[in-house]
Write a protein that binds this ligand. Structure first.
Ligand SMILES: Nc1ncnc2c1ncn2[C@@H]1O[C@H](COP(=O)(O)OP(=O)(O)OP(=O)(O)O)[C@@H](O)[C@H]1O
Ligand SMILES: [Mg+2]
Ligand SMILES: [Zn+2]
Length: 288
């Protein structure tokens, strides 16, 4: 019985994104279908709007890490921001298996339902911890905020959960009442991770979590991410411009360029046999 349930769950993607387009700017009659833009182009030559994501399609399965790699401006952050409802999409759809059985497009839901999805089903870790944390709250307070948003009100259990989460990311409990603005970059990212995990979401979005950290600190955060994947069986979208990070963690990888997904597949396959010229260049520079 258990196995049947598990196999049904794993067959259906946890998240399915289809034809996602995101335009910054007003748009014009000539760019209503952005696929007309030249392969490299994101800016409409007629109205100057930027198409940050163009016809993005992918699935995320339970418990897997999907890496997104691509050069600066290729639309990686925009994609995760759209999924977390920080930015509004221009068109497209996304279905989450844990939300009404994956039957409804989350982008078409009401603001209230979107808040529910964000608070209960998603966790986000921003590249910039100032976006993900309230620096004037204590680290425990940051976790409490997320727990309260997802419907926990009991002070004792909130405190117990915050303690457990901080322990998990190896933040000394003695610092639970301290503001994360006094923490190092690596510690701030670990507080963000604990906050994102607070509501046990099936999907985590991680945008350049280790960018800008010292190599040894990076390694600890990457280790933590791997442990979380093993323990919590959560599906993760891991954005990085660093193919080395992607190689270490991602089961499957999606390569973005100019707002488009130019290649996707098993990470090993992409590293061994990159198809697109841009991916070949990326892989060669990693290996050389
Ligand atoms: N709020 C905004 N208003 C206008 N244009 C934007 C906005 N946010 C992003 N863009 C544009 O959208 C495109 C994609 O940006 P995005 O931040 O998603 O790229 P990225 O792949 O995350 O890059 P990086 O690796 O530098 O973080 C870029 O051309 C960027 O200038
Ligand atoms: Mg980015
Ligand atoms: Zn246009």
């Amino acid at each position: 019985m258990q196995d049947t349930i598990r196999s049904t769950v794993t067959e259906q993607p946890q998240l399915k994104v289809q034809h996602l387009n995101k335009r910054y700017g007003k748009g014009c009659s000539r760019c209503t279908d952005p696929t007309f833009l030249a392969e490299e182009g994101q800016r409409c030559p007629h109205c100057g709007s930027v198409w940050a994501c163009i016809d993005v399609n992918f699935d995320l399965y339970q418990g897997e890490i999907l890496g997104i790699v691509g050069e600066s401006g290729s639309g990686k952050s925009t994609l995760v921001k759209c999924l977390y409802f920080d930015d509004q999409i221009t068109s497209g759809s996304a279905h989450i298996a844990a939300y009404k059985n994956g039957e409804l497009d989350i982008f078409s839901e009401s603001a209230q339902q979107k808040r529910y999805i964000r608070n209960h089903l998603l966790g986000m870790i921003y590249q910039n911890p100032w976006l993900g944390l309230k620096m004037s709250f204590s680290s425990g307070g940051n976790i409490a905020e997320k727990l309260i948003a997802s419907g926990s009100y009991h002070v004792g259990s909130i405190r117990a959960r915050a303690t457990e989460l901080l322990e998990h990311v190896e933040i000394p409990i003695s610092r639970i009442n301290e503001q994360p603005k006094n923490f190092s970059g690596g510690m701030q990212q670990r507080v963000q991770i604990s906050k994102a995990l607070a509501n046990n979401p099936p999907i985590l979005l991680l945008d350049e979590v280790t960018t800008g950290l010292d190599l040894s600190v990076q390694a600890r955060v990457l280790d933590l991410i791997r442990n979380i994947q093993r323990q919590f069986n959560v599906g993760m979208i891991l954005v990085s411009h660093d193919l080395g990070v992607i190689r270490m963690l991602a089961d499957r990888t999606m390569v973005m360029k100019g707002g488009r997904v130019i290649e996707q597949g098993l990470t090993d396959q992409i590293l061994e046999d990159p198809q697109h010229a841009y991916t070949q260049k990326l892989v060669h520079s990693l290996l050389s």
